[in-house]
Design a protein around this ligand. Structure first.
Ligand code: NAD
Length: 355
């Protein structure tokens, strides 16, 4: 790939390649944009097939974080770190301490937290080398599990989507197909079942499947989830799940879930609009974790009540986006992007005021 061209195309500021042969660390940190503030974004660990896949994921995810911060109104820019390795096999103290050392050299230009493949235990290790980490366990002075806030925000986003699509205040009686029963997907499943939804779910991990069954979800095979006859398809696993192979299989009115980069590319936002499927843009609906970590790292320290209130705000934000999209005849993704780009332009203007 031509990295500088990719960075130019998507407006990235900086990409760093990190390596330590002794501990076996291979990682990338991509900083997309710091106009809104120092950058923030979780750390993913995944067993990618190629080096290019690692970089592409870091670039896409970091840009998503700029937009997620922008739409959430927090004073942070966007970045992401990606460790190339199998989260089940390749973790070690050395890998997370080495990553912590590298992050510390940035002196706050980048702060991190958990993402797919990384856990709070990993970040307790990383914290020994740098203070630039959020969502640490409460017993370590952090705000705790960020997937609680993310799932709560997604649940409110699903309610907003139901309100817009069906004019229905709540989502009781609706069927939701949940892809991924991990940290967010399992908590979201509990919210949905408690709210009176029928949940049909899948995962590739047996332990999480059992957890889903205990919560009351019906389980299907991973590939069958796209064919489920449902009102809402909720992606909570990996990205690019709405693609050429899956879009025509979907039998839903709404797509709303926590996964980042749900659409394989922007053309799928148009295709969903043509098919009259309401799409809740990923970085808007899944911003709960970011809202929590931004609160923890911000002035005055973490306040849970304030954080949960802000997560509930995802409901109104999405309704505003859906309305703008309809009024302007554009996709919900474009409506959300324009709102963020306006905020970044406003903050750039403010930076120009000199004291
Ligand atoms: P997780 O690793 O705990 O859960 C992901 C789950 O998806 C795992 O259980 C995994 O087995 C499953 N999975 C992977 N491939 C699958 C497939 N093909 N079919 C079905 N299941 C599959 O991660 P998480 O923290 O729950 O995050 C889920 C998604 O939400 C990710 O895309 C993440 O980037 C996004 N997200 C998470 C947070 C957060 O606070 N944790 C915040 C914002 C966005």
């Amino acid at each position: 790939m031509e990295l500088f061209k990719e960075m130019e195309k998507h407006g990235h500021e900086q990409v760093m390649f990190l390596q330590d042969n002794k501990v076996g660390l291979k990682a990338v940190i991509a900083i997309h944009n710091t106009v809104l503030g120092p950058s923030l974004g979780g750390c993913r660990m995944w067993d990618y097939d190629t080096e290019e896949e690692v970089v592409i994921d870091a670039l896409r995810l970091s840009k998503g974080m700029t937009y997620k911060s922008g739409i959430s109104g927090v004073d942070f820019g966007g970045a992401k770190s990606v460790i190339w390795g199998d989260p089940e096999e390749d973790k070690s103290e050395g890998i997370f301490r080495a990553l912590g050392k590298f992050i510390n050299t940035l002196q706050g230009r980048y702060s991190t937290g958990t993402d797919v493949g990384t856990t709070y235990d990993d970040f307790v290790i990383l914290r020994k080398e740098t203070p630039y980490v959020g969502a640490l366990p409460k017993e370590y002075g952090g705000s705790g599990d960020s997937s609680i806030a993310t799932a709560y925000g997604v649940f409110h986003g699903i309610k907003a989507s139901c309100k817009y699509k069906y004019g229905k205040k709540d989502c009781d009686g609706l069927t939701v197909a949940v892809q991924g029963l991990g940290k967010v997907g399992s908590k979201l499943t509990k919210h949905l079942i408690d709210a009176g939804c029928e949940v049909i779910a899948t995962d590739i991990n047996e332990e999480y499947i059992e957890k889903g069954k205990e919560l009351g979800a019906e389980i299907v095979e991973p590939d069958e989830i796209y064919d489920v006859d449902c009102d809402i398809f909720s992606p909570n696993a990996l990205g690019s799940v709405i693609n050429e192979d899956t879009i025509d299989r979907l039998k839903c009115d709404i797509i709303a879930g926590a996964a980042n980069n749900v659409l394989a590319n922007h053309s799928f936002a148009d295709k969903l609009r043509e098919r009259d499927i309401l799409y809740a843009p990923d970085y808007v609906i899944n911003a709960g974790g970011l809202i929590q970590v931004a609160d923890e790292l911000g002035v005055g320290g973490y306040n849970e009540e304030r954080t949960m209130k802000k997560c509930e705000g995802i409901y109104d934000k999405l309704l505003q986006i859906f309305k703008i999209a309809d009024q302007k005849g554009i996709t919900t993704v474009d409506a959300a992007d324009h709102m963020v780009e306006e905020r970044i332009a406003m903050m750039k203007a403010i930076h120009n005021i000199r004291g």
